[in-house]
Ligand binder design. Structure first.
Ligand code: NAP
Length: 328
């Protein structure tokens, strides 16, 4: 590591466990046309980063090999053609990579202003989960006020955000989580019902309250059929990951009889224009909830960038609730 290069970054040159994470020094990059450079205050640590570390989730073409899908910080350079942002603006940004660093480059369209109500540090915990929940629950799932929303992994980064956004929208929220403490957290964030999936069958519990209109699932495996059973007529199942596997046998009869929709998406590989469209929708619809205090990132722990290995050990352990952040 050449000590004279200013940008301290984290890569995973060889696939592996948390120890595969490597601190490297790089030159400071200049923003290209339509980009800004952010002096990073904090970076979010997300589950997809662990998949990248293990070699299962390579960066999309053209993206940095440095890990990290979201940052907050202060703009310190602006590329040609950028009109909205200026040096000194406090922002957070969704990235296709490059967030675990002192300095990150972001497409201007994926940048959002720091909400007044949040510290610059905590704003790093917003982009990845807020964009994901907006795109999947509100756009693909078309969740309506008064409908019932079931989110699995309710105490995780996505789950804690999804509970708050769905409750703010006026939906009835059911969450699953793996311990009583995590269920209590889900209820404190706005879940009307929280089910400890290690002790109770969520299908029975969801059916007991009339079924779900929209389910956000990242588990897959045996949850696939059970999700279909839990949906009421016209329900929508939105799949964002498969922690228990994507190859499943399902009984499609429920889809026909209940007129269900099964869909899903990824965020990272979407083109910059699509992310800019999502950013505008998020700023218009979600930022007011943050400013009014009904949605806020749940921060589990904050690690120094040099302790990035510990941050992944904590995420891999599953002991966390909400978001883990890194501070360079
Ligand atoms: N498609 C997309 O655009 C997109 C975007 C962002 C993230 N994701 C994916 O979404 C998933 C969640 O991300 P995250 O940042 O929220 O991760 P996270 O904070 O680690 O949360 C994952 C949650 O999943 C639950 N879980 C794990 N294994 C489970 C199992 N076998 N059965 C039931 N629940 C289980 C855990 O619940 P307990 O701890 O309560 O057991 C945990 O709260 C990740 O797989 C990530 O890759 C997808």
């Amino acid at each position: 590591m050449s000590a004279d290069l200013p940008n301290l970054c984290v890569t995973a040159p060889e696939p592996g466990g948390p120890d595969a994470l490597t601190l490297v020094r790089r030159p400071m990059s200049e923003p290209g046309p339509g980009e800004v450079r952010i002096s990073v205050t904090a970076a979010g640590v997300n589950k997809p980063d662990t998949f990248q570390r293990m070699g299962f989730y390579p960066p999309p073409e053209g993206a940095s090999d440095v890990l990290g899908l979201e940052v907050s910080g202060t703009i310190d350079a602006v590329g040609d053609g950028v009109t909205r942002w200026a040096i000194g603006d406090e922002v957070c940004a969704l990235l296709a990579g490059g967030g675990y660093a002192r300095s990150a480059i972001a497409p201007a369209g994926s940048v959002l202003p720091r909400p007044d109500r949040l510290s610059l540090r905590d704003a790093a915990g917003l982009p990845e989960t807020v964009f994901t929940v907006w795109a999947n629950v509100f756009e693909s799932g078309a969740l309506q006020p008064g409908e019932t929303f079931l989110v699995h992994g309710g105490a995780g980064g996505i789950g804690t955000t999804a509970i708050q956004m769905a409750a703010a929208h006026g939906a009835r929220v059911i969450a699953t989580a793996g311990s009583q403490e995590k269920c209590a957290l889900c209820r404190s964030l706005g879940a009307d019902v929280a089910i400890n999936y290690r002790e109770a069958d969520f299908v029975e519990a969801v059916k007991a309250v009339g079924g779900a209109d929209v389910i956000l699932d990242m588990v897959g495996g045996d949850y696939a059929n059970r999700n279909l059973q839990s949906l009421r007529r016209g329900g929508r199942l939105v799949q964002i990951a498969f922690l228990k596997g994507s190859k499943v046998e399902i009984d499609m009869m429920a889809i026909m009889l209940k007129r269900l929709t099964v869909t899903g998406s990824t965020l990272r590989a979407r083109p910059a224009e699509e992310k800019a469209r999502l950013a505008a929708a998020v700023e218009h619809n979600v930022w007011p909830w943050i400013e009014s205090g009904v949605v806020a990132p749940v921060i589990d722990t904050v690690f120094a960038l040099k302790d990035v290995v510990k941050s992944h050990e904590r995420l891999d352990s599953g002991a966390h609730a909400g978001k883990i952040l890194l501070q360079p």
